[in-house]
Write a new protein. Structure first.
Length: 161
């Protein structure tokens, strides 16, 4: 049997781009920091997003069936840290410049890219939901920043070899 701590240590060595996943319903916005996000297909444009089933954000996405993937640059490290906390609630949105969008979650204006998505398939796997999402809108920043990365418990940035 695999030791859970050893598995966590091995996965911490897998660097991931830092994203904030947001969603909205009539009453409120919610969001969380995630690294389990990747592209899936270009036809149709789609992504995979994995979120803990116990998170408030995952619960709202199950209801709304929509979300926004905000890909962060290094200048948004503090926003990433805040959205990683469960206790901050809607006050998380007091940090950063957030743009209200129809049909998906709010977009962080400083994100290097934001992708509005519709959930087309939802699967439970262990402690997480695996969301297959079709991209319905894209906002690319003019910035030349590389993505903010997370590995071994620390933030970093890609530098070509």
């Amino acid at each position: 049997m695999i030791d859970p701590d050893e598995f966590k240590q091995s996965m911490s060595r897998l660097a991931g781009s830092v994203c904030i996943i947001t969603t909205a319903n009539e009453r409120e916005w919610t969001g969380c920091t995630a690294t389990a996000v990747c592209s899936l297909s270009t036809a149709p444009p789609s992504m995979i997003v994995c979120l803990n089933q116990d998170s408030q954000t995952a619960g709202q996405i199950v209801q709304s069936r929509s979300l926004c993937v905000n890909i962060l640059g290094p200048s948004d490290k503090e926003v990433a840290l805040l959205f990683a906390r469960r206790s901050a609630g809607t006050s998380k949105f007091n940090l950063g410049d957030w743009v209200d969008q129809e049909d998906c979650g709010p977009r962080l204006a400083s994100a290097i890219a934001s992708l509005g998505c519709r959930v087309v398939q939802l699967t439970k796997s262990g402690t997480h939901f695996v969301l297959i999402c079709e991209v319905s809108k894209i906002h690319l920043a003019d910035s030349e920043q590389n993505a903010l990365l997370y590995a071994k418990g620390a933030f970093g940035q890609f530098h070509p070899l």
